[in-house]
Design a protein around this ligand. Structure first.
Ligand code: PLP
Length: 341
């Protein structure tokens, strides 16, 4: 099968498996797993932050960050298609006690004006409003088609958040896709954020894990929340070794995934049965319009041709490029789509 369902389906490669089997491990709950410490230090340094925390998933990373930056009764500003709002089981409400102010961005991207308009403060409202205290930015914006923020817009959003006394969290599940797509220096991109969550188990190819980075003070608090949410892991160095391998070997190659996604999208535009918004194809994701009510049928037809793909609604399917999709696979994918009716 050519598996285009997500970049989360990647399997550890031989080099990564070797790094995992050779990892020196300790007990990370007791704070002495040297490989986890190395991964945390490496990620913090790369992103120009003081401290880092290894967590089992991107969801937990976002939840721990949200809980760290807010108090019950606060409000989070985020884009309407963001993972934090859509796909984390309402954890912002259940585990942080927050409401959410949704921004209807273009292709999943917010503007600073929209963010500014969405921040509500309890103070001065006769206690009518919740307290807008956290702005979350997702880069790349998965729900927007893998679109990428310009540094200018990021800086403007950060400025507005600061002026309104809000903390800033970046959901960087695909941060390195955004970094290679925009040719930005990692620490510069996230300079003004209080915390950044990076997933190692998406395009970077590790089997498990995310890293949350930020200030020592915030990360000490995050460490407590990770404990309370049951995210402390013991001999986690075996997994952290995969993360170190991913950071050392798999960042630059993300360009390949972006090139193939773009080539696929450009081929689709020429095919009468499909529609693609080329503006959104800026990284490794391609959303494909297949016609009303036709998603399931398309998935079945593609499965018969050994292509595994997901639907996002009844008229849209989504292809995600990753390290197991090579040029030959791309040729086959284009050929199969060209013949689909
Ligand atoms: C943008 C974004 N944030 C967070 C996550 C959560 O990551 P995980 O699946 O590791 O919990 C995902 C997962 O697909 C994602 O796409």
């Amino acid at each position: 099968m050519i598996d285009l369902r997500s970049d989360t389906v990647t399997q550890p490669t031989e080099g990564m498996r070797n790094a995992m089997s050779e990892a020196i491990v300790g007990d990370d709950v007791l704070g002495d797993d040297p490989t986890v410490i190395e991964l945390q230090d490496k990620t913090a340094k790369l992103l120009g932050k003081e401290a880092a925390l290894y967590v089992p998933s991107g969801t937990m990373s976002n939840i721990v960050a949200t809980r760290t930056h807010t108090s019950p009764g606060d409000e989070i500003v985020t884009e309407a298609h963001s993972h934090i709002y859509r796909y984390e089981g309402g954890a912002f409400a259940a585990l942080s006690g927050c409401s959410v102010a949704l921004v209807d961005g273009k292709n999943g991207l917010m503007t600073s004006e929209q963010v500014s308009r969405s921040i509500r403060k309890a103070e001065g409202s006769l206690s009518h409003y919740p307290n807008g205290s956290l702005v979350c930015v997702e880069n790349t914006a998965q729900g927007g088609g893998g679109s990428v923020y310009s540094q200018e817009v990021i800086d403007e959003i950060c400025k507005v958040a600061r002026e309104n006394d809000c903390k800033l969290h970046m959901d960087g599940a695909r941060l390195f896709n955004a970094i290679v797509a925009s040719n930005t220096e990692p620490a510069r991109m996230v300079r003004d954020f209080d915390s950044v969550s990076v997933c190692l188990s998406k395009g970077l190819g590790a089997p498990i894990g995310s890293v949350l980075v930020g200030s020592k003070k915030d990360l000490a608090q995050a460490h407590r929340w990770r404990k309370m949410f049951g995210g402390g892991m013991r001999q986690a160095g075996m997994m952290a070794a995969a993360g170190i391998y991913a950071l050392e070997n798999n960042i630059d190659r993300l360009r390949e995934d972006h090139r193939r996604a773009r080539k696929f999208a450009e081929a689709l535009v020429e095919m009468p049965n499909f529609s693609v918004n080329l503006d959104t194809v800026q990284s490794n994701i391609v959303y494909i319009g297949v016609g009303k009510g036709r998603s399931k049928q398309m998935i079945e037809k593609l499965a018969k041709q050994d292509i595994d793909i997901l639907d996002t609604d009844d008229s849209t399917i989504r292809a995600v490029f990753h390290l197991h999709i090579g040029d030959e696979d791309l040729e086959k994918i284009i050929e199969v789509f060209a013949q689909l009716r």
